[in-house]
Design a binder for this molecule. Structure first.
Ligand code: SAM
Length: 401
């Protein structure tokens, strides 16, 4: 009996059917076309060395290639995230689509969506990855997908214009080639990293630039090559890192580490804490000197840093002090109340700034999808628009409804 049950569970077709149902249940798949694509492509054939359960796990990536430190250079993305991004892209039959970052599986899904009249090109900077993707695509019957080895910073002019460009690697910026190779009514779906947090953003054209239609938190391996992010990281002590891509932010390792040894002070906002993804976008764009604080589990367990830093939390830093968000249960604010942990001689001043943002967000902007994100290409303007971040090829500007 057990043997029969086990063999049923391990059948790839059954696992795939379960995956599609779960993608629907979890709101990742919304359309029949995306569901049909996930049902059609044999995901395990693109992860031949992985256990079937891993290949069909909704939320886990499958490792493909690591660097010399053991960090992922390439993975098969989690099915849940792939579904979210394909829904964001709204791909129709007959379209020309460029996928940036290869693996084979996602390109096969896209081929299913564009059908036999559509054209799919997938590009990767790494020849090993493209060779592997090619083998898997041919093996699974998707030999019509075109594979290219190139740094996607320069785009893929052969095959442009594209109705859709889907980037499957964390991009710090939007290079001019992606805009010039996008059709007039095209859509760019890109996991864009803004102040250390990556969101998959569906962009349509607006004038010379781009305007967001939707955004979702996402995690991807970082872009390599010309477009790689240039971030500063300060290891304050074992398990505590502060990072920022804002040149104006001071990162004084010694003084910030010393601040952590000064008493921890807590300040409470009296305002609701929820929708952390939305709140985080607001905070990172409004804090006057924003960085990201990460702490390891061991450091959190020791009580030195709050659990909010486990996945990284927006921090306000000065030369010698640091403040970051926390929360506590409070029925009066709808379940949780937001607050601030601060250390160092300027703890109170930093906490004041942070608290006023927590309150303003809770009062005026506490909604799902309340932000609109624009990309304004071109050289740096003499004065940055409000709530914006300067990139190499333009400005990311965010407004809230
Ligand atoms: C998450 S993997 C792609 C997953 C794939 N789309 C799938 O079907 O699951 C990200 C890929 O982006 C590639 N990459 C990184 N930087 C790149 C660049 N500048 N141009 C093109 N590809 C790049 C990496 O080599 C890696 O294979």
């Amino acid at each position: 009996m057990t043997a029969i049950e086990d063999s049923t569970v391990r059948d790839p077709d059954a696992l795939r059917a379960d995956m599609v149902r779960a993608l629907y249940d979890q709101d990742a798949v919304k359309s029949e076309s995306v569901a049909a694509a996930f049902a059609a492509v044999p995901r395990h054939r693109f992860a031949p060395d992985a256990p079937l359960e891993l290949a069909y796990d909704l939320h886990r990536t499958v490792p493909v290639k690591k660097d010399e430190h053991g960090l992922d250079l390439s993975v098969m993305s989690a099915a849940h995230l792939q579904a979210v991004m394909l829904e964001q892209a709204e791909i129709k039959p007959g379209m020309k689509v460029l996928e940036i970052g290869s693996g084979g599986y996602n390109a096969a899904l896209i081929q299913e969506l564009v059908g036999s009249d559509g054209v799919v090109t997938t590009v990767d900077i790494d020849r090993d990855i493209v060779d592997r993707a090619r083998l898997c695509l041919d093996d699974a019957g998707y030999d019509q997908v075109k594979t290219v080895v190139a740094d996607a910073e320069a785009g893929v002019p052969d095959g442009a214009l594209y109705d859709r460009i889907i980037v499957t690697v964390a991009a710090w910026d939007i290079p001019p080639s992606w805009l010039s190779e996008l059709a007039e009514k095209g859509r760019l779906v890109v996991p864009l990293t803004v102040r250390g947090t990556t969101r998959s953003i569906a962009f349509d054209r607006e004038g010379e630039g781009l305007v967001s239609r939707s955004y979702r938190l996402a995690r991807f391996v970082p872009m390599q090559g010309e477009g790689a992010a240039k971030e500063r990281k300060a290891l304050l002590r074992e398990g505590v890192v502060v990072q920022t891509d804002d040149e104006r932010v001071p990162l004084n390792t010694k003084a910030l580490n010393h601040a952590l040894d000064t008493p921890r002070r807590e300040f409470w906002s009296g305002a609701a804490y929820d929708l952390p993804d939305e709140l985080e976008l607001y905070l990172t764009l409004h804090l006057s000197s924003a960085a990201r604080l990460h702490a390891s589990e061991a450091v959190v367990d020791s009580g030195l840093v709050d659990a909010s830093a486990l996945l990284g939390v927006p921090a306000l830093v000065s030369e010698d002090s640091i403040a970051y968000r926390t929360r506590r249960e409070n029925e009066d604010t709808g379940g949780f109340e937001s607050g601030v942990v601060a250390h160092g001689p300027q703890a109170e001043a930093l906490a004041d700034e942070y608290l006023s943002l927590l309150r303003r967000w809770a009062q005026d902007h506490r909604r799902q999808g309340a932000a609109t994100i624009r990309f304004l290409p071109g050289p740096a303007p003499s004065t940055l628009p409000e709530n914006s971040v300067l990139k190499r090829h333009g400005v990311v500007a965010v407004s809230w409804r």
